[in-house]
Design a protein around this ligand. Structure first.
Ligand code: XMP
Length: 565
């Protein structure tokens, strides 16, 4: 990535959604980089500015308060560079306090969807261009295409009030704006939600435009990036691929690379990137069939990798070992730990068996979200939510210490990885595959995991998925499967009475889950067509005789998680 300077720099103060800001802006075709919020803005960091590519800075949100010691402070230089600034949540509060305003704790934290009412200023200029993005009647391309020199597009009359629904998560509020700032939007709860400086190109939002729950969020970011900063669309996945491949070849040289494949989209795409960049003879792919995989998973992975030219594909069949380690365990964390530990044991044993020279590189299909969810975000300030066992292991840690870890997807989000997969020519069946957790069916069989339960769940899940692929989404020309972000079946640890012929029998209870999401960090329940749900349920109970009852999970994330565990 060293050949291009960012057009937009994001100062990360530790919000869970900082990466989303970057990703939305990259989706708009503008290259952006994220750096820790308190980084000294010296010439090296601002080299983009020297090369005149840097056009604006975004100050992210944070889990901290501006008035505590934990609340990171940006280099004061940020306010003297003459560049456009956008403060989001904590970023806005930071700009306010740093420039003489006041921020205080709210009586009650605000969280979730909240209405925001904005008012158009009288005069033309960047504030009008920015606020125009809140207007439902304005299409994104009008904001993007209108040259800044033209005074921007003409929108609804000055003084017109418009409302959007925005996503908020804050415990503090502005109680006095900094000198020079004016309020242009207020939340339903009566607090400042949109502010702008009267003479400098500085803007602030109390809500998160990067979160999909915010209406017109992308348009608002686009208005800042194009309308205020004057960026051009120039960042594409094709360009990203070229740069990653160049740096991969330079780093690896002729050393061997070992990639741990899980069967999911991420590691398959990472594998494709390695195979298409390096000599396939250098690339070793290791895959463990834990017995906790989806139906036909091993076959699908094997075919996809062979089609991509894999020469050294090591498939380790270890179902018995995993089921043995899980015997008698019911607690989710105990199950995760048993799987994680065994994974490491087998990994070390099998890697040693390969006999690669010490100089080998270890590759992983880690994504941005994996790093954020394990509290290892770019700014290293994201609060820890959960440890994913696939991010760390002694082998990974040792290789990391030696500087021999390759994570070519660690700047990408799931849908970007899919785009990359398509560019690399991976089979559409694999690219479109819904995400699957590392510990596999063990997190979808509640309570003890047995071979018999794995078999039941695998069959039921396969029917569910097959039906989703067969059926059209209402009013869309795509399948239900493609309309849904993630769908799967969960086997509950309860049995319930039913009738089979004349007899009463106890059958297992199965839950179906289908959600929509942008990245798995938040999720909404998929509004499943009831008719389809009824037919799928019937097919499952008719085919998998051990299942007596089917339910549909109607919980969003938060407060629920996607997996049941
Ligand atoms: P949750 O259940 O935390 O899931 O809302 C968010 C997304 O992450 C997947 N998931 C995992 N992926 N290893 C993984 O690689 C794991 O341990 C793991 N746990 C959950 C889950 O399927 C969803 O897409």
């Amino acid at each position: 990535m060293d050949t291009v300077g960012p057009e937009i720099l994001i100062l990360d103060f530790g919000s869970q959604t900082t990466q989303l800001i970057g990703r939305r802006i990259r989706d708009l075709g503008v290259y952006t980089e994220i750096i820790p919020g308190d980084t000294a803005l010296d010439d090296a960091v601002l080299s983009g500015a020297a090369g005149s590519t840097l056009r604006g800075i975004i100050l992210s949100g944070s889990p901290e308060s501006v008035y505590t010691a934990e609340g990171a402070v940006p280099d004061k230089k940020v306010y003297t560079l003459g560049l456009p600034l956008l403060g989001i949540c904590y970023g806005l509060q930071r700009m306010t306090v740093d420039n003489g305003g006041v921020v205080e704790a709210l009586p009650k934290r605000e969280f979730g969807r909240i209405g925001v009412m904005t008012t158009m200023p009288e005069s033309e200029g960047s504030i009008r261009r920015f606020l125009a993005s809140f207007d439902r009647t304005v299409r994104l391309n009008r904001i993007v295409d209108q040259p800044v020199s033209d005074g921007g597009p003409r929108f609804s009359k000055p003084g017109t009030k418009r409302a959007i629904t925005a996503w908020m998560s804050h415990g503090d509020t502005l109680t006095r704006l900094a000198p020079g700032f004016q309020e242009y939007g207020v939340s339903d709860t009566g607090y400042p939600a949109v502010v702008a400086h009267e003479t400098k190109p500085w803007f602030g939002l109390q809500f998160h435009p990067e979160v999909t729950h915010t209406e017109r969020g992308t348009e608002i970011l686009a208005a800042f990036v194009f309308g205020v900063c004057g960026c051009k669309k120039s960042w594409t996945m094709e360009q990203y691929v070229e740069e990653v491949r160049a740096s991969l070849s330079a780093r690896v040289g002729s050393n061997p690379v070992l990639l741990l494949i899980s069967g999911g989209v991420d590691s398959t795409v990472a594998g494709a990137l390695l195979l298409k960049t390096l000599d396939p003879d250098q690339v070793h792919l290791m895959y463990m069939d834990t017995g906790l995989m989806r139906k036909d998973e091993t076959k699908t992975v094997k075919t996809a990798l062979e089609q991509l030219g894999a020469k050294h594909l090591h498939i380790i069949y270890c179902e018995e070992e995993f089921l043995g380690a899980l015997k008698g365990l019911e607690e989710p964390e105990a199950k995760r730990k048993a799987i994680g530990d065994l994974f490491i044991t087998i990994q070390e044993r099998e890697v040693a068996r390969l006999g690669l020279p010490d100089s080998y590189f270890l590759a992983q299909g880690t994504l941005y979200t994996d790093l954020i969810e394990s509290g290892k975000g770019v700014g290293k300030k994201a609060h820890l939510i959960k440890s994913h066992h696939n991010v760390g292991s002694p082998l990974v840690d040792a290789k990391r210490k030696l500087g021999r870890i390759i994570e070519p997807l660690d700047r990408l989000y799931k849908d970007e990885v899919r785009r990359l997969g398509r560019i690399l020519g991976i089979d559409e069946e694999v690219v479109r595959r819904h995400p699957f957790p590392g510990p596999g069916l063990a997190v979808r069989i509640l309570g003890e995991v047995t071979k018999e339960k794995c078999g039941i769940l695998r069959e039921a899940d396969a029917i569910f998925i097959e039906e989703l692929k067969k059926r059209r989404a209402p009013k869309k020309n795509i399948s239900l499967y493609d309309d849904i972000w993630q769908a799967f079946a969960v086997l509950l640890p309860i049995r319930s009475v039913g009738v089979a012929g004349d007899a009463r029998k106890y059958g297992w209870v199965l839950a179906l889950r289908a959600i929509t999401s942008a990245d798995g960090m938040t999720a909404d329940v998929y509004p499943f067509p009831v008719e389809a749900l009824l037919e799928i349920s019937t097919r499952i109970t008719n085919t998998v005789s051990d299942i007596g009852r089917v339910t549909y999970d109607i919980s969003s994330k938060p407060p629920a998680t996607i997996e049941w565990e």
